[in-house]
Design a protein around this ligand. Sequence first.
Ligand code: ZN
Length: 483
Amino acid sequence: MKKYAIFTAILLMVFGAVVIAGCDNVSEQRTSYVIDAVLDTENMTLTADMDVHYVNESDAELDSLYFHLYPNAYREGARFTPVATSDMAEAYPHGVNYGGIAIGSVTVNGEDCSWEIGGEDENILMITGLEVLPGGELDVGVDFTLAIPETRNRFGHYDGKINLGNWYPIAAVREDGAWRTDPYTTYGDPFYSDTADYDVTITVPSGWEVAGTGSVTASMNGDDMTYVFNADGVRDFALCTSADYTCTEGTAGDVTVRFYGTAPQAESGLSVACDAVETFSELYGEYPYDTLSVVMTPFIEGGMEYPSLVMISDSLGADMTKEAIIHETAHQWWYAAVGSDQINEPWLDEGLTEYSTTLFYEKNPEYGVDIADRIADAMQSYVLFEDVYSDTPDIGVMDRPLGEYSTSTEYAFHAYVKGELMFDSLRHILGDDAFFGALREYYKNYSGSNADAACLIAEFEESSGMNLESFFKSWLSGAAGIN
Ligand SMILES: [Zn+2]
């Protein structure tokens, strides 16, 4: 995600108006999802049949399967909500309203099964009474209906545009002998998943354009349009749709880049996205997919990343729109291809992505962003942040889970600003050969799987021949700040 609250916070601080308040490997067999969905744009509901061919990639027998129900964070009475109280008016301009997911039926291998909705906040579909051996497979069928709330968010509709991020039941990650059932968080991107193959069919009224993860074919179906998406080896699947979109296509090498928005935005937006795909491919390794879709859409944050699809807020100015496209495109390497635990190590993908944005400007001087100024500004604002928040316990500790952040400012300064400064400092210590060599190895070795901080640090140590334990410890755990 791209947090433009950072810049607001910096300005507020400068003007004194602040109110303080294990590395795994790519499996040979993957789980696959086949989803057939029909969108009702009058009632803002979606009904879907989902068939999951689940592969037990763990080394233990499973007696249950857990799936996240992220849309339930948008329901009335949710304990863990997607929007901070202070942001409600911006997220719900027409007043607060609610959405959610209703599960109609669940089957295992075509038979009725034992299931219930649980977790800390009705956020998990639990299927029990199973026996799935290591390497074993089974077919899970889930019928569900979404109520899409009117909100400017990653899951919601507003102003004739519908964002479907984190919208279907997705298998929880199995880790250390347990299911990861983390509930939603107000700050950050509380998502963590394994890669899978997707075939998704969605039917919409004629005239509605649909952007989605992966390759697409579209056909008329009576008065409706049917879009069929295919994406293999992706860790999530997102859709955006509107009758107002014009789709403009370009290419970056072999990659098809699509821009969904209004015609005046298309030339610049497409050009930035193509530049970003080319720049990061040269820096880190080839772009991991065949397509990238950039969608301009109502969104309370600057942007949001999904595999081969990025949502960009349609209320940003021209420079911030470019920056959001660059940032979210960098996430295709750090989040989409190389996955990480965004709940417990949010700095890992956001810090790398934010520094990648700086590197983009360095490699593309025609964008007119001075790198030295950008890093100096980040340093100055970070030092100011620590000064202002000096009475807050553990201020400066950036290695913390999303749930421990109590303000958007704190999260943004740790995961983004301090993350960027840490990677810039490391680059100067290691030199470009070792720094970029490590990132290329990290990308090559963990693309398609999940990595953690130890995996990345090991790559930097190997490429440089240096022991970097104290460097990372002081940045990640140091409460003394930077100077
Ligand atoms: Zn981000």
